[in-house]
Ligand binder design. Structure first.
Ligand SMILES: [Zn+2]
Length: 335
């Protein structure tokens, strides 16, 4: 794969014992050293005007000044330092690069993956939250639309609901947002019946699973609900908001997705993008176990390098089945 990466993303210093630390990117880079076919690309900063197209101008100005003044605790767990502004613009720029360098004719081995931080999917139109300041995937989707794409789909498989991405595009028909997340976790949003509004009606799909959902449950969500819905929507670009905190050994969730499971999900994304004739790009979100994060990113890469992940042989749980049935009642899915 081609990995978008900038050193400045390490300068966003969240302090000791913060789970969203620069060590996350260092661990991923260390793991990728062992891999064949890894290329790094340093993209430009995101254009501030583009960022303002998905965020309120006053909020972006406030964030910039907050960093200029040295930063601090924006909220209980969202920390900024002076360098956070530069890191955030770089991180958003990497996501824009991923969107712009994805395309239906891009060889699989050159599929882009933006390895930026701070992450983005909790950042709403007018506020930072949940370790996120600029909604990287949102800015990337907007860049693709500005470049002539008719529509973009974002699948967010981070264990948390991407409330920011949902918020930004909830009433828009040009971005389809789908999320698989753990019920009861931060930020507590993302109900099944939130399906979009106005022009965006039917373009927001929340798969909210109980703690303990495993790879088979995640794959069923993709196979039975999300992939058919996105195929119907037929986007020009498919972005994956790729957090790896649903991993069975991630310290902050209770989901049980295996490393192989991330490979199996990646394969689904490849065939879905292919079915739609869409470009495919990945944007890093969360993932807080350094080993599980780096193993999982490496797994995504290896799928593009020809590795065939092992499919789970267990059945979909009854709890997950109920959720998928409810989503079908909302008009999503294959039945
Ligand atoms: Zn997360």
């Amino acid at each position: 794969m081609n990995f978008g990466y900038r050193e400045v993303c390490l300068d966003h210093d969240t302090g000791e014992r913060h789970p969203e630390s620069p060590d996350r990117l260092r661990a991923v880079r260390r793991a990728l050293k062992e891999c064949h076919g890894v290329q790094y690309v340093a993209a430009d900063d995101a254009d501030v005007d583009l960022v303002r197209d998905v965020h309120d101008t006053e909020y972006i100005e406030e964030f910039r000044e907050y960093c200029e003044d040295g930063g601090g605790h924006w909220d209980a767990d969202t920390v900024a330092v002076e360098a956070t502004w530069d890191a955030a613009l770089a991180s958003a720029g990497l996501a824009v690069w991923a969107a712009e360098s994805a395309g239906p004719d891009v060889p699989a081995r050159q599929t882009p993956f933006a390895l930026g931080r701070p992450p983005g999917h909790h950042a709403v139109g007018d506020d930072a939250m949940g370790f996120c300041f600029i909604n990287n995937a949102g800015v990337a989707a907007q860049a693709a639309l500005d470049d002539g794409a008719d529509s973009v789909a974002i699948l967010d498989w981070d264990v948390h609901h991407g409330n920011g991405t949902q918020d930004i595009f909830y009433d828009r028909g040009d971005v389809f947002y789908a999320s698989i997340h753990e019920d009861g976790l931060y930020p507590g949003t993302g109900e099944i019946d939130e399906t979009g509004a106005g022009d965006g009606e039917g373009a927001n799909c929340n798969v909210v699973y109980q703690p303990g959902a495993d790879t088979a449950d995640y794959l069923a969500a993709i196979d039975e609900v999300i992939a058919p819905a996105i195929a119907d929507y037929d986007p020009d670009l498919l972005l994956v908001s790729a957090g790896f905190d649903a991993h069975e050994h991630d310290p902050i969730s209770r989901m049980r997705v295996s490393t192989e499971g991330y490979g199996a999900m990646t394969e689904r994304m490849v065939s879905l993008a292919d079915d739609c004739g869409a470009g495919l790009g990945f944007v890093l979100e969360g993932g807080y176990g350094l080993d599980t994060l780096s193993d999982s990113v490496k797994m995504v890469h290896e799928v593009f390098d020809g590795y065939q992940p092992v499919e789970p042989d267990d059945d979909v749980s009854e709890e997950a089945r109920d959720v998928l049935d409810s989503l079908e009642d909302q008009g999503f899915g294959s039945k």
